[in-house]
Design a protein around this ligand. Structure first.
Ligand code: SF4
Ligand code: SF4
Length: 136
């Protein structure tokens, strides 16, 4: 059975320049589209991928990535902001790799553009009043 999944890969610093994703094609017969790629301020690599292939190859490829030390997250997760908790402190702005937060100069309010969010979860830890929440 063929599958097509969108996932987020978190690469620790030691793996950022290794050809890990390339091996998904060569060794596991998978096709991929890179939808987004970035390096966070603490040099963790982030990549949003669409992976396609046979279910058994997909499962093997995922096993290989996990074993190599890559953290995998499904894009079925959603990060939302609890507006009542947000104090507009701005701590999330520089943390977010996709620029989903922006300071509105006139009002000094931090806007959250959820359509830019890829649910990496970095802002959850960084938000002092815990306004950013992960939903499944
Ligand atoms: S870090 Fe949290 S409280 Fe501060 S602006 Fe961002 S979402 Fe709001
Ligand atoms: S989870 Fe937070 S830090 Fe990650 S992309 Fe979404 S808004 Fe940005």
């Amino acid at each position: 059975m063929a599958v097509s999944r969108r996932i987020v890969l978190h690469f620790p610093r030691r793996l950022v320049d290794r050809p890990i994703v390339y091996r998904l094609i060569r060794d596991y017969n998978l096709e991929f589209n890179i939808l987004k790629a970035s390096v966070t301020p603490d040099e963790e690599g982030l990549m949003v991928l669409e992976l396609k292939g046979k279910q058994e190859d997909y499962d093997k490829g995922i096993k290989y990535l996990t074993k190599a030390g890559v953290k995998i997250q499904s894009l079925s997760q959603n990060v939302i902001r609890n507006e009542e908790r947000c104090t507009h402190c701005g701590a999330c702005i520089t943390i977010c790799p996709t620029g989903a937060f922006e300071l509105e100069l006139l009002t000094r309010q931090v806007k959250f553009y959820d359509e830019k969010c890829l649910a990496c979860g970095l802002c959850i830890k960084a938000c002092p009043p815990r306004a950013m929440e992960l939903h499944f």
